[in-house]
Design a protein around this ligand. Structure first.
Ligand SMILES: [Zn+2]
Length: 316
């Protein structure tokens, strides 16, 4: 299942994007119509953008943030995301000139920052685009783990920062964006509830990880990272871990020092595969996580909740 997804993802991308577009559109209109029945503000209660001519142009470097940017823009904004395919590794992405153009021609740009998408940061330097940068919004220090969309607090802060940027950019649609932010916060309860429910099961449990992608979430649900430090350092610097670090990792798995192995399916290579094999033969459950929104999830929330469910199952 997990490998099929990666292999098939290239072929499935156009279809998946189409489906995603349909789902996003369907999601927006149904959300907005349910809002219409509960909202007392007539000017923003319609599903379509109140000012027909206004569409805020928004760019996003990666779909982890792009998906949230879309949810918060509704019918009053057009989000153009550069990296949308789970078959691309954002860590070493080389942008095309049209990607740069996409980022710099928008009114609002949503990026991860924290040296995750340095090409986008660089492109936006000195431009008059309003930049919403997760690294800045969430106060990530230089050299911090850049996978900020796995930090529940950061996700909520970013959502608020995006709405704020949208509201400032377009006075005529300010109340529309304000309403959508309220709706979104409500909708995100399913996600924050899933984090809380996972914490009940995961608190105090240990894990090893093939890559640091899930670390913020693991910490949010109270887990202890037992990944050997040498392996973590190598992975952070995108260098090969020393044989001793790999051996230490394998020993930790076979000695049951790790309750689960967190496996990023988007960082392939012989070392993660070996670790997975070791975990399998030591009966340590493997929890698959992805760097970017996978093709089988229609929203950020659905993606994250699915993974948290898998983690809960693995720990039970
Ligand atoms: Zn990563």
């Amino acid at each position: 299942m997990r490998t099929t997804r990666i292999i098939d993802s290239k072929a499935l991308v156009p279809l998946a994007l189409l489906l995603l577009a349909v789902l996003v559109v369907a999601g927006c209109s149904s959300d907005s119509s349910s809002d219409a029945s509960s909202s007392s503000d007539d000017s923003t209660s319609s599903g379509s953008c109140p000012d027909g001519d206004t569409s805020l142009s928004i760019s996003a470097s990666v779909d982890q943030w792009g998906d949230i940017a879309e949810q918060l823009a509704g019918d009053c904004g057009e989000v153009d995301t550069v990296i949308t395919s789970s078959s691309v590794d954002p860590h070493d992405y080389e942008p095309t000139s049209s990607d740069i153009q996409k980022m710099t021609s928008a009114q609002v740009a949503v990026i991860n920052g924290a040296d995750y998408d340095p090409w986008a940061e660089k492109a936006l330097e000195g431009s008059d685009v309003t930049v919403v940068d997760a690294g800045t919004v969430c106060g990530a220090e230089t050299g911090a783990n850049p996978h900020l969309w796995y930090d529940p607090d950061c996700v909520m802060k970013m959502g608020a920062a995006m709405s704020e940027a949208y509201e400032k950019a377009d006075e005529s649609t300010k109340s529309y964006f304000e309403n959508l932010q309220k709706q979104w916060t409500e909708d995100m309860k399913s996600y924050t509830d899933a984090v809380a429910a996972t914490k009940k099961v995961a608190d105090g449990k240990t894990y090893g990880a093939t890559e640091s992608v899930f670390d913020y979430m693991a910490s949010a649900v109270g887990m202890k990272n037992e990944t050997p430090q040498g392996y973590q350092n190598a992975s952070k610097n995108e260098s090969d871990p020393a044989p001793g670090d790999i051996q230490a990792f394998k020993s930790a798995l076979t000695n049951n020092d790790m309750d689960v192995l967190i496996f990023n399916t988007q960082t392939e290579g012989p070392v993660p595969s070996q670790l997975k094999e070791t975990a399998d033969s030591a009966n340590v459950p493997v929890v698959d996580v992805t760097e970017t929104v996978p093709d089988d999830a229609s929203t950020f929330q659905e993606w994250q909740i699915n993974q948290l469910d898998s983690l809960q199952q693995a720990l039970q």
